[in-house]
Ligand binder design. Structure first.
Ligand code: PLP
Length: 389
């Protein structure tokens, strides 16, 4: 059996979620219909909304279900920008952490290219945390020009947790969005305690199904929607409500929050064991921001003298699934912007990979990776030197 160490990309369905999904998909009824079938579906969706809201520290009316975390981030970024610029055309600056996920960076870049937005990046310290002094400087110098600040709660390549409450304090009233796709369900996350104006959470990172996520959006904020149609989700996300997936999302959230501290402890021990085994098998391996508090299961490693693509292929041949964590839609791995933001050179970034452990990872799997890693790295180094680099 292959070893799956790519839980930050997507997670296996939790068995409880699997049961719920097959039961829910055998029901019918559009949750917006008035008849009995529709009302039953609506009731299930509203119960799921209440449950997710309670687990995320929000109120049910603050949950807007979407089809993905990417969509929720786009809704927040574009929605806030459009409403801010409508109120004051001079407020066109968007401030984001330099190592945001592409689902934040790309909508911002789209607004820069097509709508005259301006973009400022918050630099990252060597610990993999945003530079708060730099953020303070950006805010002091541009207070009246900032439409939105977006800082992710936990970084998907490094696992490091960001000081969101400090960001909110510095922002002092400027809207703050946090992408909590990697953190919700895995580490404590509480929307109202963080004090942000919006947050994104996604089901498939916590044992739930693909194709369902949510934007948590503060009461009274009126965003311009991305989709126009039937006016579902308070007119913020038109489209027939995906009731079975939403109910399954709630189950995934319940299970992952209930098992959170137990999973955290176990997964962190496995990750530390992997780190120790890699260190002794490949003494010059370097670990990126591994000592900073954060997600339990992420280990980002630089193997000097290798190249990411060949490392990942050789690992795959050895029955081990890892990744870099950055999108690779063109089929060619780019140097990770996260690692560059952390201060690595292009070469170092191109010789780094991410192992991400999760609920189903076992010690036997970690030991197998530990026993194979030296051979894989040696082959990757041989391939790298043959390529004349
Ligand atoms: N934000 C972060 C930090 C992520 O890790 C991901 C997924 O990789 C996303 C957003 C996108 O979420 P989704 O896959 O639900 O679109």
């Amino acid at each position: 059996m292959a070893i799956y160490l790519d839980h930050a990309a997507t997670t296996p369905l939790h068995p409880r979620v699997q049961e719920i999904l097959s039961a829910e998909f055998s029901r019918t009824g559009n949750a917006s219909s008035l008849h009995t079938f529709g009302r039953e579906q609506r009731k299930r969706v509203e119960e799921a909304r209440e449950s997710i809201a309670a687990l995320a520290g929000a109120s049910p009316t603050e949950i807007v279900f979407t089809g993905s975390g990417t969509e929720a981030n786009n809704l927040a970024i574009k929605g806030f920008y459009w409403s801010q610029v409508k109120a004051d055309p001079g407020r066109n600056l968007i401030v984001i952490a330099a190592f945001e996920h592409h689902a934040i960076i790309e909508p911002v870049e789209w607004l820069v290219e097509h709508e005259g937005a301006e973009l400022a990046y918050i630099p990252i310290t060597a610990d993999g945390v945003i530079d708060l002094a730099a953020l303070r400087g950006i805010v002091e110098n541009n207070r009246d020009r900032i439409a939105l600040i977006a800082v992710m709660h936990a970084n998907n390549e490094l696992g490091t947790v960001q000081p969101i409450r400090d960001v909110v304090e510095i922002a002092a009233g400027i809207p703050v969005h946090t992408d909590a796709v990697q953190s919700f369900g895995k580490i404590p996350f509480n929307y109202s305690e963080l004090g942000v104006h919006s947050a994104t959470i996604s089901a498939h990172k916590i044992g739930g199904p693909l194709g369902v996520a949510a934007l948590i959006l503060e009461h009274g904020i009126d965003l311009t929607p991305l989709l126009h149609g039937g006016g579902q989700e308070r007119d913020l996300r038109s489209g027939t409500i995906n009731a079975p997936a939403i109910v399954a999302f709630a189950t995934a959230a319940q299970v992952s929050c209930a098992e959170q501290s137990e999973n955290f402890q176990r997964i962190r021990e496995l990750r530390d064991s992997l780190k120790t085994q890699i260190s002794s098998a490949v003494p010059d391996a370097r670990f990126n921001a591994a000592d900073t508090p954060g997600l339990p299961g992420i280990l980002n490693v630089t193997f000097p003298g290798t190249e990411t693509d060949s490392l990942l292929l050789l690992l795959d041949n050895a029955g081990i699934a890892a990744s870099t964590g950055s999108a690779c839609s063109a089929g060619v791995q780019q140097a990770s912007h996260v690692l560059i933001a952390l201060g690595l050179s292009e070469d170092e970034a191109r010789s780094s990979i991410r192992f991400s452990l999760g609920r189903t990872t076992t010690q036997a799997e970690i030991d197998e990776v530990g026993s194979k890693i030296a051979g894989v790295v040696a082959s990757a180094r041989a391939a790298y030197s043959v390529m004349g680099r």
